[in-house]
Design a protein around this ligand. Structure first.
Ligand SMILES: [Zn+2]
Ligand SMILES: [Zn+2]
Length: 264
């Protein structure tokens, strides 16, 4: 789903001076990735992978053919919610806060700033750096699902089967959001099946995500499937939220992002 309203702005963006690896701000932001942060990402990925495997095993154990329609619908709803949450978190980190905020600034806001100045840096991030943060945020949902699965009687698990398929779809699509985002910036060497998923718009397509990379990066924040970008743009969802927040707090949207972009 392309947004025709953005075509002009996209053309204009290509006439702006580019950022990239040589940009002073990009170098500074990239150097903020620490070993401590990487260790946390490795732990999050190991724990989330094990828990996802446990949930899949539980669902397979109780699987029946009659579950197919409900499982498909709940999986689609999980994807939809993951897409919305990706947009909400991306919008929040792009628009508000700063790299200087203690703890979360350097660990969680820094990668968003780096991405606008050097959008291809993400293609050089390995599996751990790309997906560690998202694996961390799925842990509360996974802990809840696994503990319910091991404590509930079989009847209850079967009765709530679609809650589990919804939860599993949500955690998997949240975990791999940044992988899909990375692939949307990767123009060479992608496996054929990834390109097919992008073309079918099951995961974030390349041309679709390019709309977000038009300065000042104020729309198309959803980066899991991108399904919600067009409707949210149509109802001016993000603009309205920003208007309300600015009116209440007096904070200007994207002031920290612009500071880094102008650091040459
Ligand atoms: Zn962004
Ligand atoms: Zn991007």
């Amino acid at each position: 789903m392309e947004c025709p309203l953005r075509a002009e702005a996209f053309k204009e963006a290509h006439s702006r001076p580019a950022g990239g690896r040589g940009h002073q701000g990009a170098k500074e932001l990239a150097s903020g990735y620490t070993q401590g942060k990487r260790n946390m990402e490795i732990c999050s990925l190991i724990v989330s992978t094990l828990m996802n495997v446990l949930v899949v095993a539980g669902l397979l154990y109780y699987w029946e053919l009659r579950h197919i329609p409900g499982a498909l619908i709940s999986t689609g709803l999980g994807m939809l919610l993951a897409d919305f949450l990706s947009g909400l978190v991306h919008w929040g980190a792009d628009t508000w806060g700063s790299v200087d905020i203690p703890i979360i600034g350097k660990a969680f806001i820094r990668p968003f700033r780096e991405h606008h100045i050097d959008p291809t840096a993400i293609t050089r991030h390995d599996y751990i750096e790309a997906n560690g943060d998202n694996a961390l945020v799925t842990l509360p949902i996974l802990i809840l699902m696994v503990s319910l699965m091991v404590t509930q009687p079989p009847d209850a698990i079967i009765n709530y089967y679609y809650y589990y398929t919804f939860g599993l779809s949500l955690t998997l699509f949240i975990t791999f959001t940044n992988q899909f985002h990375k692939w949307s910036h990767t123009y060479y060497g992608l496996p054929k099946w990834v390109e097919l998923l992008q073309k079918a718009h099951i995961i974030l397509p390349k041309a679709h995500h390019r709309i977000h990379h038009v300065a000042p990066h104020e729309t198309y924040f959803c980066i899991t499937t991108g399904w919600l970008n067009y409707p949210l743009e149509k109802i001016r969802f993000w603009t309205t939220l920003e208007y309300i927040i600015e009116a209440v707090t007096g904070h200007k949207p994207r002031s920290d992002d612009m500071k880094w972009i102008n650091k040459r």
